[in-house]
Design a protein around this ligand. Structure first.
Ligand SMILES: *Cc1c(COP(=O)(O)O)cnc(C)c1O
Length: 398
């Protein structure tokens, strides 16, 4: 116990950056071109090639990418969009930008992705689109989602903020449906500090999103300030200010080169956690479907409050005392005051997501973690499991 508390604090996240990202940013600073330019274009090209999509548009966040995607499919006031309650608020918030309604869907109990059976229960005549979220980096059952969308004439916009790089049935996330949004936020699997990417194979959607991501101007600044560019441009729509800078893209380019090796490092950590924790009483390790490649953005153990004498928050406190930083992903949207007040959601409506939330703990998982650090987390959880497990009467009587 004392040796554990004396160890240095293990934070929930550390970014995986080295001298190469630093040098790439310095190069951009020396180049005289800071905002969207050659680096952003190169990042888009390389990203599109990596996932195997025709178009990749770099933007300043995944939230922006999702917003542009919904604008491109023509979402209107009064429309409804199906999305999981178990997600970050960004997924739903962009729907409200249009005066449309986020219609929340429960999770399935295996991978905690959007439940295909619950989808059909929430369908109405106003339903316009579905936004599946590949929770923790485990792809959704996209065959079911796409089949449901086609049968009901719905657009699909994937929130792949957790799912880079990930595969479903051998195909990269980013090539499964017409529109997929990625996040390069500081804690995500590829980071540019802040940033995002929207990918599509559809030329019309790509053209619309290209226009809207920079003020609805017919030419972007990059073209205007090229040697043969002209000062003349036309504003054809009231667009947004969503472009990614070359400073950020330079980081992204280096990160992209490492993406596969960073993913296998996270997979190594996940494997070690699962080996160490799979028989810990009161803690359920994550399941992985045979037909996916997991991105391992998050490693979530789900504790069973009925098997331990302490609740989820107290487990996190106990781990904190042992020098380990954890987190919770996510508080289901319907439990937040805004969604309750504005859309009338109530506790009890999404039992799988709520049960999950009462037990979920995200453990540190990032490539720079050493095996010793992973083992420290495993030991701490095993220790909590032993100290706080409930002893049943049957066992006591033995
Ligand atoms: C992080 C996250 C987002 C938002 O990404 P940003 O790049 O910060 O806008 C959206 N959806 C989910 C599920 C996320 O985890």
């Amino acid at each position: 116990m004392t040796t554990l508390t004396e160890t240095e604090f293990l934070p929930f996240h550390r970014p995986s950056l080295d001298e190469r990202e630093i040098a790439a940013v310095v190069d951009v600073m020396r180049s005289g071109w800071l905002t969207t330019g050659a680096k952003a274009h190169e990042f888009e090209n390389n990203f599109a090639a990596f996932v195997g999509a025709r178009f990749a548009l770099a933007v300043n966040s995944c939230t922006a990418a999702l917003h542009l995607a919904l604008e491109a499919i023509g979402l209107k006031s009064g429309d409804e969009v199906l999305l999981p309650t178990l997600t970050f608020t960004a997924t739903a918030e962009v729907v409200t930008y249009f005066g449309a309604k986020p219609v929340l869907v429960d999770s399935e109990p295996e991978y905690f992705n959007l439940d295909p059976d619950d989808l059909s229960k929430r369908l109405t005549r106003r339903t316009k689109a579905i936004m599946p979220v590949h929770f923790a980096g485990h792809p959704c059952k996209m065959d079911d989602v796409l089949e449901f969308a086609e049968r009901n004439g719905l657009a699909v916009v994937e929130d792949a903020a957790h799912a880079f790089p990930a595969k479903y049935k051998g195909r990269n996330v980013g090539t499964l449906s017409p529109l997929t949004a990625f996040s390069f936020y500081a804690t995500k699997t590829l980071t540019t500090g802040e940033g995002g990417m929207i990918v599509t194979d559809n030329q019309e959607l790509a053209a619309r999103m290209t226009l809207m991501r920079l003020h609805g101007m017919s030419k972007d600044a990059w073209n205007r300030y090229q040697q043969h560019g002209s000062w003349r441009y036309d504003v054809v729509a009231p667009g947004f200010k969503y472009n990614l800078t070359d400073l950020q893209a330079a980081i992204g380019l280096v990160q992209l080169e490492k993406a596969e090796s960073l993913r296998s490092q996270r997979a190594r950590i996940a494997e070690r956690y699962t080996q160490g924790l799979q028989d810990s009483v009161g803690f359920q390790v994550p399941r992985v479907s045979d037909d996916v490649q997991h991105a391992w953005h998050l490693y979530v153990v789900v504790m069973s409050p009925e098997m331990l004498r302490i609740d989820r928050d107290e487990v996190i406190e106990e781990l904190g005392k042992r020098g380990i930083g954890c987190s919770v992903h996510f508080i289901p949207l319907h439990l937040h005051s805004y969604y309750e007040r504005t859309w009338g959601y109530v506790r009890g409506q999404f039992p799988v997501a709520e049960k999950y939330f009462n037990g979920c703990i995200s453990l540190p998982i990032y490539p720079t973690m050493t095996d010793d650090e992973v083992d420290r987390v495993v030991e701490a959880i095993r220790n909590v499991s032993l100290r706080f497990r409930k002893v049943s009467r049957a066992i006591q009587g033995m």
